[in-house]
Structures are given as C-alpha cells and as structure tokens.
Design a protein around this ligand. Structure first.
Ligand code: IPD
Ligand code: CA
Length: 272
C-alpha cells in the first residue's frame, strides 16, 4: 500500500472506532441515567473485592463485539469482560466497554468507552468516548489526534516542578498499592499536583489534549491503553514503559507519558 492508501485505511478504522464507541458509550450512559442520580449500580467483583463489574460493562462489551464482528469478521478481539477471539487478519481490537467502572458505579462522570486496534504490536486507530462530558477523542496512526473534529496536542510544559500529573491505582489492594503509594510519596512533593480521574483511557486522553502534563500508572492492561497511547503519540507526547524502554501496548504492565521535555525526568521520578 502507498503511504496515502495506508493513511486512508487508518482513517477508515478511526471512523469505525468513533462510530462504535459512540453507540456503545451512549448505550451505557442511557443505562446509567436510568438508575437515577447517585444510585449505586449493582455489581459483582472481579480480580478483588474492590474491582467491580456491572451488567452494563458486560452488555456494552457485547454491543461492541457484535458491531465489530459485523464490520470486521476476520479480526481478533481482546475484551476486558472476556470477549476474546482469534481471527485470521493482522488486526486485533482491544476493548474496554466502560473504563472507569468505579466512577460508573458511583455515578461520577469520568468514565468512557475505549476501543483501539493494533497491527504488528502498534496501535493504528482508536477512540475514547466519555458520554457524560461529551468528549470524543480519536486518532489514526500518521493522521493526528482529535477531540471531536479539533486537532489536539500535548502541553508545552518544560518544568516538572510546576507540572500537573495524573495517575491511577491497581485493584490489588495489597502489594501493588503499597508500591504505588510509595511512588506517590516520591512524586507528589516534586510536581504541582496529582489527579486520579478513575479512568486510564481518559488520563491518556488528558495528556494528549494538554489537560494534564503527564501520566504514569503501573499494573494496567492493553484494553486500558491501546486507544489512549495512540492519542498521545499522535498528539506529540513521549511514552514508554516504566523503565524508559519501548512500550508494548499489548502487554503494557506500566506506562509513563508526558510532554516531551518532561518525560525523562518523570521516568526517573517514578521508577523504583
Ligand atoms: C481501571 C481504570 C483506573 C485504573 C485501573 C483500571 P476499569 O479500569 O482505568 O483508572 O487506575 O488500573 O483497571 O476497571 O475501570 O475498566
Ligand atoms: Ca472496564
């Protein structure tokens, strides 16, 4: 394929991500509104007692998978709620139907549907849609990153000490959170402040759109980051694994990302 044909193909995938994320996110949003303001959504637990999953996480993933199979029957799928499928093409879709399930359960606004697609280990298109706030982020490899139709870019921050960082915490309240709280104790005195939104995909979107200057999180999964990583890359951000090495989005373990001038300093600050 010529470079133009490749860019067009990536943009077709971006638009598919946008369409499906909007349909799925709006479905989840209607379901949440139906519960009434502040009403806790009923949930089971997954990896630990503090890791919730609702009937809406499962139903939203089903909707995404149904739409993907109709449009892209040969592709592979990795879904947070277990919709795994091995296809015959070279594309794999990584789906988080509701990223920020704790916020969804408590009726806090920051949750989203995240859909990203990977070829040869690299994201080629993605969308992150936050229906309560109405933000649709999307990106195509080589084609830029957008909120709605507006191009976005990472912040121009150069000084770590006055930078706003985002982070998140694992559902493993034992050893993982001990590592993470020790890290927070190191980072917090050295930056302007730290935000914990409750959605890794929206944290990455916030970096991509300059709404925060950087983000780091350990113990995460491909469905949390595939779409968001592409947003950051296309918005001009720097992004690596925790040790500063190249990030494998299909098995991320940890992500450190920031405006380019901050990234090295942030890696040094967060690594053990
Ligand atoms: C979680 C959120 C949260 C992050 C956790 C994720 P979920 O995903 O992205 O911000 O800190 O690591 O597991 O469970 O809401 O889809
Ligand atoms: Ca989820």
């Amino acid at each position: 394929m010529s470079p133009n044909e490749t860019a067009d193909a990536h943009d077709v995938l971006r638009r598919l991500c946008v369409d499906i994320a909007r349909e799925a996110g709006d479905f989840a949003h209607r379901s949440r509104v139906g519960l009434g303001p502040g009403a806790r959504a009923a949930h089971d637990t997954k990896s630990s007692a503090v890791d919730p999953v609702t009937e809406f996480d499962r139903a939203t993933e089903e909707l995404v998978v149904e739409r993907l199979l109709a449009e892209r029957p040969d592709d592979s799928i990795v879904g947070e709620e277990g919709s795994n499928r091995t296809g015959t093409s070279d594309l794999t879709w990584h789906i988080d139907p509701i990223d920020g399930t704790v916020n969804f359960v408590y009726d806090l606004p920051l949750w989203c549907t995240s859909i990203g697609v990977v070829r040869d280990g690299r994201p080629v298109a993605g969308a992150v849609y936050a229906p309560v706030v109405g933000d649709m982020y999307s990106a195509a490899a080589g084609g830029g990153a957008f909120v709605g139709d507006a191009p976005i870019a990472v912040s121009g921050a150069t000084d770590l000490a006055t930078s706003l960082m985002a982070t998140g915490f694992s559902y493993h309240v034992g050893s993982h959170r001990e590592v993470q709280s020790a890290r927070i104790a190191r980072v917090l005195p050295r930056v302007r402040d730290i935000r914990r939104s409750g959605s890794a995909a929206l944290d990455l979107a916030a970096v991509a759109s300059g709404r925060v200057d950087g983000y780091f999180e350990e113990f995460i999964n491909s469905w949390d980051v595939v779409a968001g990583v592409l947003l950051v890359v296309e918005a001009g951000g720097s992004i690596t694994a925790f040790d500063g090495s190249e990030l494998d989005v299909t098995a991320p373990a940890g992500v450190v990302t920031a405006a380019p001038a901050l990234h090295q300093g942030l890696v040094a600050l967060v690594r053990d």
